[in-house]
Structure formats: C-alpha cells, structure tokens
Design a protein. Structure first.
Length: 160
C-alpha cells in the first residue's frame, strides 16, 4: 500500500496564483535576486503574507523552482505598499515580462520582515532559497495536483 507520508512534510495544500509578469522596480536584480512580479487582484485573498517555497509554471508548461514572497515588501514600502506576489526563480536566467506565469505556493517558510539593510534582506533570501531547494527535493513538480480550469489572473486559488 502506498505510504501517505511518502510526499514528505508537505501538508497537501497549495495556493496557486496566475497572471502576466509585470515589470518590478528592478531592485531585485541589484540584490542578486530578480523576481517575476504578479499583481494580486483580490487584496484580501485567501493567502496570508509571507515567504513560500514553491514552483513557477511557465507558459510552455515547464516548471522552475521558486522562492516566493507574498506581501507588501515592508523593508522598502512600510505598511502602505500594495500586496503582490514576487517569485524568484532558482537557477533561471531570462526575460519573463509579459509571460503568464502560474505560481504554486507549497510550504510557508516565514513571515514578511522589515530588514534594516539590503544586506540583511540578502541573507534572508539566501536562507529562503536554501529552504526552497530542500522542499523541492521532497515535492517535485511531477507531484503537483491537477489545477483544472486555471483561476482568473491575479486571484488566489486554494487546492487541497
Ligand atoms: C523569497 C523572497 C523573500 C522576500 N522577503 C521579503 C521580506 O521579508 N521583507 C521585504 O521587505 N521584502 C521581501 N522580499 C521582497 C524584496 O524586497 C523585493 O523582491 C525586492 O525589493 C525587489 O523588488 P522588485 O522586484 O520590485 O525589484 C522578498 C522577496 C523574495 C523573492
């Protein structure tokens, strides 16, 4: 009989958000962590702010591991920033602007933090990427649940 726990620590719940990649303010590139930004249409949403390990699914159906931030970037914008999804695709180089990306949030890694410097944020991002690499070992893209009809752009769907 299949072991139900064979999937590792993953609880089985995913949040999925999809939408066209919008230009950010390019700071991510300077920090060494470029991000694909997706606007959240429903600001209340079902998903809380935080940092997640997950997968980004490209328009051609391929998957790239991603460390994903959901929130208002308090380090730079205080509490007044608008909420967005920012996916840093691991080991990826290329231009995603305008492409429709489907982002799967699998494991909640931590809350959003206000850091005192770019250096502190970079250290946190390094840890997020390491945690994401661990998570994808146990949660390969081939085991993502079926999305069915995709949610409208910018709306968060909960699966499982
Ligand atoms: C994995 C990940 C974690 C992040 N965590 C935080 C955070 O805790 N606090 C914060 O202010 N911003 C966080 N950010 C957002 C960065 O501040 C943002 O990506 C950076 O400022 C670049 O913005 P840009 O894409 O508009 O250029 C995170 C981004 C990523 C990809």
């Amino acid at each position: 009989m299949a072991d139900e726990h064979a999937l590792g620590q993953h609880s089985g719940t995913f949040f999925v958000v999809r939408g066209p990649v919008e230009p950010g303010d390019k700071r991510g590139r300077e920090l060494g962590f470029p991000t694909a930004n997706i606007a959240l249409r429903n600001q209340s949403g079902q998903v809380g702010d935080g940092v997640w390990a997950g997968w980004a699914e490209r328009a051609d159906g391929t998957h790239v591991a991603a460390a994903v931030s959901v929130g208002r970037r308090p380090t730079y914008y205080g509490a007044d920033g608008y909420r967005l999804v920012e996916a840093h695709l691991l080991d990826f180089k290329g231009d995603l602007y305008g492409e429709t990306l489907t982002v799967w949030l699998g494991a909640h890694l931590r809350e959003q933090q206000k850091y005192n410097s770019g250096e502190e944020l970079i250290e946190a991002l390094d840890r997020d990427v390491a945690a994401t690499r661990k998570w994808i070992e146990e949660n390969p893209a081939s085991q993502l649940p079926d999305l069915g009809t995709p949610p409208p752009d910018g709306e968060v769907r909960r699966l499982g």
